[in-house]
Design a protein around this ligand. Structure first.
Ligand code: ADP
Ligand code: ZN
Ligand code: ZN
Length: 703
């Protein structure tokens, strides 16, 4: 007898076969089973979704092998994938297969079975029980008590250096020691930037729960490493999964705790394929896991979720307002730094009073020199890598434009190249102006490379207390390309070999630098008047984060400073920053957003179109907009006109977008779901000829 199954497989975004496919199987297989199935002329990995599928109009084929060695993916995992696909307007198969490690998709059933038989680092039950006895601060103690007493979701609003990471460690520890089957998921925005966190977790838990008890999941891992971590999580061997946004989809049968550290960080939003927010999915997942496990056993422990940040996303902050005002998250607060550490004093330098083209004001330079003389470290950041953003000819109009994009190519002095940061197109710097032959072409503006060079010149005559020359180092995407480079460079900072660290926002996030007592933002003004309504929120978070790197060592914290050079010292954002007053800043931003009807007081989606011409991209969007008049809930949705994207052309493809907004999340969801068919039909209209692709971005982070 044959058993009929519906199976989801990887399908391209808008292909005709968006839904599950029907197959026959000689043996019964429960939902969540992994199977290899024929698809066209090839065989591919699929996940059994349903065992009583609807009738198929296609010929029904038999499945290939089932991956018997693997337990089926559980109902919570499937529910998460189903929700993510629906909410972010993608096919279930696309989300499901993207959530599995690539090697699982490639390996045959036999290969995989061999892999599974190999012993994984078994837990050594005689291992030393090194219970950590950290004396918790009063704030940490009360936060942990509140967490244990309530259901959540929780938002932990804790200053930089208040000991949030220690709270995560404690929560994981108490969960694991109380429940032998429990698993915890701890997410960080960029695991490559936080080797320290991984080290802290391994150090704390591996002696107790074995070498395989802590695994990581992030895109920097090789396919075999990812498969290994995934299998350890899926089988329950791994008790703790540390990962970036992709880890929200880890299969964890015992999941009881999810921590989202630095929950405000934009890296939690996936920017291609299914554009999901891992933070939002984490909250959804915890509720789904709780619902399903208590359905099966009313006494089952809930799966709790904790979002942590010193500068929460305004969405999360708003959701954690008092319950009486409609809040749905429990807000926990840790305002003080551990030990006697105090937050740095914020000093604003009015750049209107400086000579034109000043890079480092004399005050700031003197403060950095003072730090060097005292043997302390400084950190200077600028959000622009490369030497200079543009190269220009002094006698004609030539600038280093990218021939394929509507953007300038950035001058990188280190290898004398012009590189496009959008399409990657790179060329050696020309000897003379390509347009008029003038040999005098020069850099305009500055990036981190030039800043590093300039600062090294300014500090060249100074000596460290040990008599050595001053060391200026740089950390950004360019300096850390080689494997292990970032770790090596961070080490240099930690050991004190570096006096001044120059970098992009990469150095502003999360690192626990002990000897930094001065942090300086050279030119943060761009974000104050950006057309992106989230720019001030991001700038405030970045500056608070950056400031948070200073004075983490109580011995020096009294003298720690955060310097900001600005043309707008009166701006309210800086006033709030001076007081380290996130709640004040958040309140004023939320007021503005409420009045303007912007998120979190409305819900948005963007439709992006890419085409050979800007006309075609916009025509596609405008046609789909005009054809939306019959779509359900259209009256509760505002469709804005199609506009070119900020960087309009990338790699010779023209890009346009259209904003869709509604005061109701449900209305927007229903509208988008129905409107998809219209978008698909519009694609074949003659006016949209030349359209390359389109995609919907629900809850977009930058518009
Ligand atoms: P956050 O994540 O809030 O920035 P961390 O958890 O990294 O803060 O803590 C900052 C520093 O304080 C770390 O070096 C950490 O080891 C230390 N720390 C945290 N909690 C305690 C405690 N209860 N007692 C002593 N030191 C602590
Ligand atoms: Zn010229
Ligand atoms: Zn380019």
């Amino acid at each position: 007898m044959l058993h009929r199954l519906s199976v989801v497989v990887q399908t391209p975004a808008h292909s005709a076969i968006a839904g599950p496919l029907t197959y026959d199987s000689p043996q019964p297989l429960p939902p969540g089973s992994l199977v290899r199935v024929p698809l066209g002329k090839r065989e591919t990995l699929g996940v059994v979704w349903d065992v009583e599928p609807q009738d198929s109009t296609f010929e029904i084929r038999a499945i290939g092998d089932a991956l018997h060695g693997l337990a089926p993916l559980n109902a919570a995992w499937r529910g998460l994938v189903q929700f993510a696909a629906q909410y972010y307007q993608r096919a279930v198969g696309e989300v499901a297969l993207a959530a599995l490690p690539p090697q699982l998709r490639e390996l045959g059933a036999a290969q995989l079975t061999r892999r599974l038989k190999r012993p994984s680092g078994a837990i050594d039950a005689n291992a030393a029980d090194t219970t950590h006895s950290v004396a918790l601060s009063a704030e940490q103690t009360s936060v942990i008590a509140e967490f244990e007493a309530q259901k959540g979701p929780f938002l932990l609003f804790g200053s930089t250096g208040s000991g949030k990471t220690e709270v995560y460690l404690q929560l994981v520890q108490s969960l694991l020691s109380r429940d032998p089957g429990a698993q915890a998921l701890v997410m960080v925005p960029e695991i490559n930037l936080t080797p320290q966190l991984e080290a802290r977790f391994r150090e704390r838990f591996e002696p107790r729960y074995g070498a395989a008890s802590v695994v990581s999941m992030h895109s920097g891992m090789t396919p075999p490493q990812r498969l290994k971590s995934w299998l350890a999580a899926h089988s329950g061997t791994a008790r703790i999964v540390l990962g970036t946004r992709m880890a929200v989809f880890a299969s964890m049968p015992g999941l009881k705790l999810i921590v989202v550290d630095e929950e405000h960080d934009p890296s939690y939003k996936q920017q291609e394929g299914a554009r999901y927010s891992a933070r939002d999915l984490a909250v959804y997942r915890s509720q789904l896991e709780t619902r399903l496990s208590t359905q099966a056993d009313p006494d089952a422990a809930p799966c709790r979720v904790l979002l942590g940040s010193a500068t929460p996303a305004l969405e999360s902050w708003h959701l954690s307002r008092p319950a009486a005002e409609g809040g749905r998250y429990v807000r926990l607060a840790m305002p003080s730094r551990i030990g006697a550490g105090s937050l740095p004093k914020v000093r604003l330098v009015d750049m209107n009073l400086q000579q034109k083209k000043t890079v480092f004001s004399p005050q700031l330079l003197a403060a950095i020199q003072q730090r060097v003389a005292r043997g302390e470290q400084s950190m200077v950041f600028l959000n622009r890598r490369g030497y200079a953003p543009v190269l220009a000819c002094s006698s004609c109009e030539w600038k280093s434009e990218c021939p394929h994009c509507s953007a300038y190519r950035v001058f990188h002095k280190i290898d004398r190249s012009l590189r496009c940061h959008h399409c990657g197109y790179a060329e050696p710097v020309p000897r003379a102006c390509p347009s008029c032959g003038n040999p005098d072409i020069s850099p305009v503006g500055r990036g981190t490379e030039r800043l590093e060079e300039h600062l090294a010149e300014l500090l060249a005559d100074l000596r460290r207390p040990d008599g050595g020359a001053v060391v200026v180092a740089r950390i950004d995407a360019d300096s850390t390309k080689a494997k292990g480079a970032l770790e090596a460079q961070l080490d240099q900072v930690h050991t004190g070999a570096v006096d001044v660290l120059v970098g992009t926002q990469m150095i502003a996030k999360g690192h626990d630098f002990r000897r930094i007592t001065l942090v300086a933002a050279i030119n943060p003004d761009g974000a104050l008047f950006s057309s992106d309504f989230r720019a001030p929120e991001r700038l405030f978070a970045l500056l608070m984060q950056a400031g948070g790197r200073a004075g983490r060592d109580a011995a020096h914290s009294a003298a720690s400073e955060m310097w900001i050079q600005t043309m707008h010292p009166q701006h309210p954002l800086f006033a709030a920053l001076k007081k380290h007053d996130y709640p004040d800043f958040a309140a004023s931003q939320l007021d503005e957003r409420r009045i303007a009807g912007m998120p979190p007081f409305s819900y948005q989606a963007l439709v992006r179109a890419e085409a050979r011409t800007q006309e075609a991209a916009q025509a596609f969007l405008s046609l789909a907009s005009a054809a939306a008049c019959d779509v359900p809930d259209v009256e509760r949705v505002t469709l804005y006109p199609a506009v070119p994207m900020g960087v309009q052309r990338v790699a010779n493809i023209e890009r346009a977008q259209m904003l869709v907004e509604s005061p109701s999340r449900q209305a927007l969801q229903r509208f988008l779901l129905a409107w998809q068919a219209v978008l698909r039909a519009t694609r074949s209209q003659p006016e949209a000829k030349g359209l390359v692709r389109w995609a919907i971005d629900v809850d977009p982070l930058s518009i």
